[in-house]
Design a protein around this ligand. Structure first.
Ligand SMILES: Cc1cc2nc3c(=O)[nH]c(=O)nc-3n(C[C@H](O)[C@H](O)[C@H](O)COP(=O)(O)OP(=O)(O)OC[C@H]3O[C@@H](n4cnc5c(N)ncnc54)[C@H](O)[C@@H]3O)c2cc1C
Length: 414
């Protein structure tokens, strides 16, 4: 029986170093930033200056690029170890950025590491890892359902005479597009491919580029988050800009999404912890009817529901990470985790707001902003229902094959 949740000493030391770094450097810098903010939102220039300064310190604290192999300048942490480190980083708003482990760059770093050729690694991965540039990942389109990437309409047509792809299309919600030095773009190269999943390919686009127009930064319920609409018109790319093989766009997207979904979950666990701590702190300090609010059973139920959900979330994420790390089938477990953690984050932040009363509804605490950002967790990287459909499909298949459900409920023998 080899179930042991004790962290190896080197991982525990890194986790603690990240926590100390967040407490000693990142949180005070964020508080200073917020103190200078007008209408609750800090100035963008101040944010960039803070990130550059803190990234320098991240090198000094040896917390830079925790998820990348040592030969690429990272700390070489496994995905299971990253669960602990990402959660620590996400207890602050900009923590993942400071470590260069934020979406979508983290997912793009893994994608390039595993699928780019040597020349592409030199030109795109190296500067991304050094923190000199940012990137984006462009797949979703306004006209077709993002939940079914086989429907992508952005077309790449080969101009054989010039050995160039000519690309036309329309993308939106492309996070980090403004200011990105390159995009990983998914486009249709083989519309009649069988299976349809083989119809898309991935390209690397140097930015800015002729034919790549940022139409707008889409305004959302959480404000302008650099989730951009992009119009692509006769964009020409040499064939060497294809990433991985022709027709592998879908496969690459899927390979990228498993670990990237889990990385989101890890960060959401850190945010949930922060919200639950605020809930308890407020409930202990707020007095009514001669006793702290925390003495009310209704409030205790909120606490205990949150604790149970958070505990289940941690186990789900760890198990999915373990499966990825040990090259076992992981899609079912990643879907469990993605769905559960996204919904838990929403519920716990909402409860924390409830316990804070009017203060929770105000912009005087980070909770209202956390709630607005949390809503997107149930949409990005697979909407809730996409994961539920996948979970049910696996469940039915396993039941049909084995007569029980164990293979689709964690694959343990109990
Ligand atoms: C903040 C944010 C950042 C994003 N960043 C990026 C990015 O960087 N790059 C990128 O390419 N995309 C990005 N996206 C887009 C995101 O990946 C898509 O929103 C997501 O894939 C869903 O696609 P859609 O919005 O077209 O919804 P649709 O596919 O139209 O789905 C709409 C709804 O239908 C339901 N649904 C879908 N499938 C099923 C099913 N099988 N059964 C039942 N119901 C179902 C769900 O409720 C779903 O919400 C981002 C989105 C957000 C909100």
């Amino acid at each position: 029986m080899a179930i042991d949740f004790t962290l190896p000493p080197d991982v525990e030391a890194t986790r603690k170093r990240v926590r100390d770094f967040m407490d000693a450097e990142v949180r005070p810098a964020e508080e200073k930033l917020n103190a200078n903010a007008t209408d609750g939102e800090p100035d963008r220039g101040d944010i960039v200056r803070m990130i550059i300064e803190l990234r320098q310190k991240a090198h000094e604290w040896e917390v830079w690029l925790p998820h990348m192999p040592k030969e690429w300048g990272g700390l070489g942490l496994s995905i299971t170890a990253m669960a602990f480190v990402s959660a620590e980083a996400a207890r602050t708003r900009f923590g993942p950025f400071i470590l260069n482990a934020q979406a979508p760059d983290e997912g793009n770093q893994h994608t390039l590491l595993h699928h780019a050729n040597d020349d592409q690694k030199k030109r795109y991965l190296e500067p991304l890892l050094e923190g000199r540039v940012r990137s984006c990942f462009a797949m979703t389109e306004p006209e077709v359902a993002g939940s079914d990437p086989t429907g992508i309409r952005t077309m790449a047509v080969l101009d054989e005479a010039n050995d160039e792809w000519v690309i036309n299309g329309h993308k939106w919600f492309i996070s980090g597009a403004k200011g990105a030095s390159f995009a990983i773009l998914i486009a249709k190269t083989d519309p009649d491919a069988d299976p349809p999943q083989a119809s898309n390919s991935a390209f690397i686009v140097d930015l800015p580029a002729e034919g790549w127009e940022i139409v707008r930064d889409v305004n959302t319920m959480a404000g302008h988050g650099n989730h951009c609409e992009i119009r692509i018109t006769d964009l020409r790319l040499p064939s060497s800009q294809m990433l991985a093989e022709r027709g592998h766009g879908h496969l690459l997207g899927q390979a990228r999404l498993g670990p990237a979904r889990l990385a989101h979950c890890m960060r959401w666990i850190g945010q949930t912890e922060q919200a639950l701590e605020m809930l308890i702190d407020r409930a202990e300090r707020r007095q009514l009817h001669g006793a702290p609010l925390a003495e009310k059973q209704a409030i205790q139920w909120m606490m205990s529901d949150s604790a149970m959900e958070l505990y289940a979330a941690k186990l789900m994420v760890l198990h999915a990470a373990f499966k990825i790390e040990n090259k076992q089938p992981f899609r079912q477990e990643v879907s469990f985790a993605k769905h559960h953690v996204a919904n838990m984050l929403w519920k716990v932040v909402d409860r924390a707001i409830q316990v804070h009363g009017a203060l929770g509804y105000s912009t005087d605490t980070p909770l209202e902003s956390m709630l607005r950002h949390a809503r997107s967790a149930r949409l990005v990287d697979g909407a809730d229902e996409v994961h539920q459909a996948l979970i049910a499909r696996n469940l039915r298949q396993v039941y049909a094959e084995t007569g029980d459900t164990r293979g689709a409920t964690g694959d343990f023998d109990f």
